[in-house]
Design a protein around this ligand. Structure first.
Ligand code: PGA
Length: 251
C-alpha cells in the first residue's frame, strides 16, 4: 500500500486569534489545488474554532497540539477529545518532545491520550524522538523502542493504522540542525522494524511516519525523497504561508 505524504504545521504557542485566522487564510491560498499531499495545521486551542471556519471546504485539515485523556470533569485547564471534535478537529499531536521535556508527559500519558483520541474518532500524530545525549550515548534505538511500545500499548492493529508517527529528534527541533536525510531514513526504518514486531510487516509498511526538526523549504525535498520519510511535522517554517508552501510543494 502506497503511503500518502502528510505535511502538518505545528504552530506551537504562536499566533493570537487574528494572526491565526490570517495565517490559516494564507495557508489555504498557498496549498490550493494540492491533492497528492495531506495538509494539516495544528493551531492553539483558542483559535481552533475560528480557523475551522477559515479552512472549511478546503484541502487543509485542522489539528490540535495536545488533549487530555479524560472525557470530562474536574480537570481545570484541560481540553477533551470531544471538545476538539466539536470544533472540527481531525488530528491531535500527542507526546511532543516539548510536552515530554517541560510538562511531564510520559509514555503512559501518551498512551492514554492516544486511546482517548482514537475512541473519539480523531487521528493521533504520535511524536517520538531521542535527545542528543541519548543518540551520542548509543541509546537511540532503545529510547525509540520504549516510546513506541509505551505509546502503542493495548492499541489494536486496526487503530494503529490510524496513527501517524512523527519522528522528531529533540536535538533538531527549533535548532536549525536538521537530521541528514540518511539519519532520518535510518530512524524511520528502525521505527518500522519495531512496529513490525508489535504488529506485522504489512501494518508497519502502511503506517505514515513524518520527520520533524528544522524541516524547511530548502531541505524538504531531499528529506521527503527518502523512501521511509512520508511527510513532515513543521514548526518554525509553518508560521509563514510561503515557507509552509515550500515544504508542501518543494521545488
Ligand atoms: P521545528 O519544530 O520545525 O521548528 O524544528 C518541529 C516540531 O517541533 O514539531
Amino acid at each position: 500500500m502506497a503511503r500518502r505524504t502528510f505535511i502538518a504545521g505545528n504552530w506551537k504557542m504562536n499566533t493570537t486569534l487574528d494572526e491565526a485566522v490570517a495565517l490559516a487564510g494564507g495557508v489555504v491560498e498557498a496549498v490550493k489545488g494540492v491533492s497528492d499531499v495531506e495538509v494539516a495545521i495544528c493551531v492553539p486551542y483558542i483559535s481552533l474554532q475560528a480557523v475551522s471556519q477559515v479552512i472549511k471546504g478546503t484541502n487543509v485539515k485542522l489539528g490540535a497540539q495536545d488533549v487530555h485523556w479524560e472525557a470530562s470533569g474536574a480537570y481545570t485547564g484541560k481540553i477533551s477529545t470531544s471538545m476538539l471534535k466539536s470544533v472540527g478537529v481531525t488530528y491531535v499531536i500527542i507526546g511532543h518532545s516539548e510536552q515530554r521535556q517541560y510538562f511531564g508527559e510520559t509514555d503512559e500519558s501518551v498512551n492514554k491520550k492516544t486511546k482517548a483520541t482514537l475512541a473519539t474518532g480523531l487521528l493521533p500524530i504520535l511524536c517520538i524522538g531521542e535527545t542528543l545525549a541519548e543518540r551520542e550515548g548509543g541509546k537511540m534505538d532503545s529510547v525509540l523502542e520504549t516510546q513506541l511500545r509505551g505509546g502503542y500499548a493495548g492499541i489494536s492493529k486496526e487503530d494503529a493504522l490510524k496513527i501517524t508517527i512523527a519522528y522528531e529528534p529533540v536535538w533538531a527541533i527549533g535548532t536549525g540542525k536538521t537530521a541528514t536525510s540518511q539519519q532520518a531514513n535510518d530512524a524511520h526504518v528502525f521505527i518500522r522494524k519495531v512496529l513490525a514486531s508489535i504488529y506485522d510487516e504489512q501494518t508497519a509498511q502502511a503506517i505514515v511516519i513524518q520527520y520533524g526538526g528544522s524541516m524547511k523549504p530548502d531541505n524538504a525535498k531531499e528529506l521527503l525523497a527518502q523512501p521511509d520519510v512520508d511527510g513532515g511535522l513543521i514548526g518554525g517554517a509553518a508560521l509563514k504561508a510561503d515557507s509552509f508552501k515550500g515544504i508542501v510543494i518543494p521545488n
